[in-house]
Each structure stands twice: as C-alpha cells, then as structure tokens.
Write a protein that binds this ligand. Sequence first.
Ligand code: CO
Length: 204
Amino acid sequence: MLEHLKSNNRAWARRKVTSDPGFFKRLTAQQAPRYLWIGCADSRVPANEIVDLDPGELFVHRNVANLAPPQDANYLSVLQFAVDVLKVEHIIVVGHYGCGGVAAAVDGQRRGLVDHWLHPIREISREHRQELEALPHEHARLDRLTELNIVRQVWNVGSDVFVQDAWARGQRLSVHGWVYAISDGLVKDLEVTVSTPDEVERLR
Ligand code: CO
C-alpha cells in the first residue's frame, strides 16, 4: 500500500544525507525554528516548499482558510508552544487567492461542520459589505475577502494574550500577513505587520 510514497520517502532521506551527512542527526537534537506559519490546509500551498525552508526551520499550523480563532484549542496550543517555548520571532499568517474555504464561507451552500468553522469569514464579509459590493465582479470580491480575512487573523494573533504577554516580557515578536498566488507561486506581503500592542490596535 502507498508504495510510491514510501519509496519517495527513502529517496528523499537518502538525498538529504548525501548532500548533508549530519542533517538528521542535528534535527534529532532539537528544533529551533524562527518562524510560525499559520496557513490554509490547501494542498497547493505547502508551507516549507513555498519559502524553500528545510525541516526544522518552520513551525507550521494549517487549517481550512488559515484561521486563528481565539477559542480553538489546537491553534492556541501551537501558538503558545511557538511563542513561549520555541520563542519564534515571526508569526506569518498566509492566505491564498482562490481559497475554497473563503468561497465556501459566502456562497450560501450547506456543507455541514465546515460552515461553522468558516463563520468568522462570513462576519468579516458582513463588516466589509460596502467595500466588497463596490468591486466589479465575484472574483475580485473573493480576492479582497481573502485579504481581509488574513488581516483579521493577524489581528487575532496579535491581540492574543500569549502574544501580548510575550511583548510585555520584552520578547521580540512580529506578526505578518501574506497572501500567496497559486497562479505564479509568489507571496505578497500585505504590509500589516504588527510588533507592538499599539500596532495591533491601529490595525482595525
Ligand atoms: Co484555502
């Protein structure tokens, strides 16, 4: 079963060791990533690959539509570990154009549990209804909603107590919002980076 994946894995591990004999030995000792990536679960948006980082360099949390919901124990556990233990210096919220989760949030269809998960995006859509309705077509509206969702998640992360407490301790930490284009493989910085509680307040 899944023989091609297992043989891919053996070939990959062999290549790693060939180019760097101590690679896995070093990883066994510890992980010390400088970045936490909060991204969409979409298979076309593989975190390490997009920014060309090796295992050990990126702490990753992915879910449908790259949300950072302040009640989600999974995300909060990742966030606290990244901030308090790993002491990452950068948290990057990465959304992507063409996100099925963002589209599903506002198309009015019933899908089940995911409709609840995507509820925050419907709220963002309502709050920015005027701006979104002024856009010429559905495609532009979804692209903009994707960006607005990223900005909101940056705000969620920046206003979280784990992050606020880290700043109060004097820990250096920035939260960034990026959007990825599946069409050309490039990320765009939405320039909503926050590194202090004041900057978080100014974001909304
Ligand atoms: Co997506």
